[in-house]
Design a binder for this molecule. Sequence first.
Ligand SMILES: NC(=O)c1ccc[n+]([C@@H]2O[C@H](COP(=O)([O-])OP(=O)(O)OC[C@H]3O[C@@H](n4cnc5c(N)ncnc54)[C@H](O)[C@@H]3O)[C@@H](O)[C@H]2O)c1
Ligand SMILES: O=P(O)(O)OC[C@@H](O)[C@@H](O)[C@H](O)[C@H](O)CO
Length: 408
Amino acid sequence: MNALHHELSGSRDSQPHRPNAVHFGAGNIGRGFIGLLLTKSNYDVCFVTRNKKKISLLKQRKQYPVYIANQTNDKQLVQNVTAISTKNKAAVARRIANTNLVTTAVGVSNLPNIADKIALGIRQRLQNNCIEPLHIIACENALAASSKLKKYVYEHIPEDLHEKVDRYVSFPNAAVDRIVPLQHHEDPLAVTVEPYFEWVIDRSAMLGGLPEIQGVKMVDSLEAFIERKLFTVNTGHCCAAYLGYLNGYTTIQEVMADPRLTMEIEKVMQETGNMLIEKHDLDEPKHKIYIKKILKRFKNPNLTDKIVRVGRSPIRKLSLNDRLVKPALLSHDLGLDASNLTKAIAAGLLFDYPKDPEAKQLKQAIRKNGVHHVINKYLGIPHSHPIHQKIVNRYNEFNEKFRLVKEA
Ligand SMILES: NC(=O)c1ccc[n+]([C@@H]2O[C@H](COP(=O)([O-])OP(=O)(O)OC[C@H]3O[C@@H](n4cnc5c(N)ncnc54)[C@H](O)[C@@H]3O)[C@@H](O)[C@H]2O)c1
Ligand SMILES: O=P(O)(O)OC[C@@H](O)[C@@H](O)[C@H](O)[C@H](O)CO
């Protein structure tokens, strides 16, 4: 497999081959989490990314620092990395043809944009008669993100090859958890991350043969893990962002210093918790501890996490299968209270940060067609659903209280 590795490192036959990975997106999670864990596990990592400056620095230095947001601001050096531009389709495909693992952290909405390159790499593997398994793992905040990526990739591969690809290429779903705020350092490659992390992968979709990644948890059924993460960490987080935004705060840390808002956020997490406990038969005391731990992570005084990052892309966050609407509907179906979730959804509808393209689009859609239409179209909750009107009521209350938009 690693002719490419030889080409890069100059090493020849005597050295045992090191595993290598291709990671799409040299952003915060890419550098601060996935790149760090993979290189700690002796992988060579090639970032495929857009930013020219980062590409050139990664190629030149082959390393970068990660700072841990603890009291001592510990530094970890990530080594054995390089980068290529996402525009260089042929080079990306060549890398993929010779790799053990492909990972992504580009944002779930960007997955369609990388699919053609992954498909080309897979086709090269087939042409080379490569029968080594390839695992492709989307490390994005969404349910079944790797399955989504698979669908986009297969759109670029002729149908008669799909069965063969299925034999050698797998797209295990995963849950990733580590808070990495937007940040600026003198060194553009440096990144500060919270101490906590969790990377859980669906073992049932593994083909075997992947060199171990230290710190990864393999589980037989991912659904409970990803729902627990997305509907606790991310539901609580965006609730903090949307309520914080309405109340004029700038950072999550400021929101968490407001006891009234912290209580509201905790109530939302308790609602999703009740649903998760019932749906996945979770241990209630353990889940309560999980919630408390997350609230503490949000408060981390060594981080400054902007509300506009955490609330970013509200159309995605308010969509049917994401962190707000899905748990609200699941709770409703189980006969459980979702009143705090409906409040958080209403606050999300009022997130009108002008520099966020989705927030702008949402605001325009509400202005043009009214909130009922938006709840129907963007959130996927029909007029007839009891939660629909509850969201509208909360939205109107917020509107009046904060005098934001005059709803027609
Ligand atoms: N930051 C966090 O706390 C965190 C935690 C867990 C999961 N996530 C998820 O990880 C993903 C990335 O988030 P982030 O915070 O690192 O964002 P980010 O904006 O810092 O990084 C995304 C990177 O992807 C790159 N990118 C976008 N389109 C690309 C393309 N077509 N080809 C190659 N690169 C491309 C961007 O240039 C950017 O460098 C998101 O899905 C996010 O939900 C983030
Ligand atoms: O990345 P998003 O936009 O889906 O969500 C914003 C934050 O909630 C998220 O990035 C968290 O920091 C992260 O999911 C923690 O693991």
